[in-house]
Design a protein around this ligand. Structure first.
Ligand SMILES: Nc1ncnc2c1ncn2[C@@H]1O[C@H](COP(=O)(O)OP(=O)(O)OP(=O)(O)O)[C@@H](O)[C@H]1O
Ligand SMILES: [Mg+2]
Length: 308
């Protein structure tokens, strides 16, 4: 008898992906399901990705434009399929088409533009849309919609028109629509990019609560370094490969490597790093310590205060 391997909630093994396919024999292109990467130059946009993501964790994915972040998200949700290698979601093989419904039930996605994700004229109908499509019974739908709106702090807007809401509110409705499907994993692909600072904060607080209170596994793709600070783990993609992987403190202390990947570190981390550099040529600063793994202004203020 085969012993079933117990994998992490997300398990990725030797993953390669390319958008460049050619039919092996164009006359019979789809007969045997056969489309193959363009050789000798398949232009892999993801290469040799090996990754495990634990249930209940909060992971941020960073990377320069075109590094493969959205492609990776789409592979986890079976919008795309691996060229080589495997992705298992809760032990389900995403290369098997039969698993698509179940994988999508486990992995909820929130995208960048809230306007493209809202479908109904009334908030509660919008949130109900997903579970209705899954054939969930009406009393259960009602319960899920109420709970989801409560979770994102939008209950009082349930009879409002989505298009009249602010960007942050719209994005919270989009998140409620995903939560109403009871996913284990929520992937947010730059879902705060189009929001103003207040809207961004609303969405981030909501996501943080989903993780801490509902134990939802969160994968947040972002270009904002200060959003990465709130994660348990940060993965940096560079040219389709995993470049750095660790806690925010570890990642942002790798100042030179982060800059090399075309990214920034949080402002306060950069300031401490620069003071550290300055110290090398300024004797008056020699007596002070400027740690280079500081992520929060308060942390920096406390350290400076303790030394003066
Ligand atoms: N549908 C597609 N067809 C062909 N190439 C694509 C397609 N989508 C993305 N690519 C290419 O794949 C690479 C990775 O793109 P991807 O969108 O995953 O990057 P990203 O890290 O999400 O970038 P961004 O920060 O701009 O959102 C890029 O070179 C991109 O041009
Ligand atoms: Mg992207």
């Amino acid at each position: 008898m085969n012993t079933e391997t117990i994998r992490q909630l997300i398990h990725i093994e030797n993953l390669y992906f390319t958008y460049r396919y050619i039919a092996a024999d164009s006359a019979n292109a789809y007969k045997d399901g056969g489309c193959f990467p363009v050789y000798p130059d398949p232009e892999y946009v993801l290469k040799n990705i090996n990754l495990d993501i634990t249930e209940g964790s909060f992971t941020v994915i960073l990377g320069h434009n075109g590094s493969g972040k959205s492609t990776l998200a789409k592979l986890m949700n079976m919008i795309l399929s691996p060229t080589e290698g495997k992705i298992y979601i809760n032990n389900l093989d995403t290369s098997a088409e039969d698993n698509v419904t179940e994988v999508r039930r486990i992995v909820g996605m929130v995208f960048q533009n809230p306007d493209n994700q809202l479908v109904a004229a009334i908030v509660e109908e919008d949130v109900a849309f997903g579970p209705e499509n899954l054939g969930v019974e009406p009393p259960e739908i009602r319960k899920r919609v109420d709970e989801a709106l409560e979770t994102v702090g939008m209950s009082e807007y349930k009879l409002h028109a989505p298009h009249k809401l602010s960007g942050g509110q719209k994005q919270r409705i989009a998140i409620a629509g995903v939560i109403a499907l009871s996913p284990k994993i929520i992937i947010l692909d730059e879902s705060t990019a189009m929001l103003d600072p207040a809207g961004r904060k609303e969405v981030l607080n909501t996501v943080k609560r989903l993780n801490t209170e509902k134990n939802m596994t969160v994968i947040l793709i972002t270009h904002y370094m200060n959003e990465a600070v709130m994660a348990d783990r940060v993965i940096v993609l560079n040219k389709g490969e995993i470049y750095l992987d660790g806690t925010p403190k570890y990642i942002f202390s790798q100042f030179d490597k982060i800059k090399k990947a075309g990214l920034d570190v949080p402002q306060v981390t950069e300031l401490m790093y620069m003071l550290n550099e300055e110290q090398k040529s300024n004797d008056k600063l020699k007596k002070y310590a400027f740690p280079t793994d500081i992520l929060h202004t308060k942390e920096a203020a406390d350290i400076i205060e303790s030394q003066v």
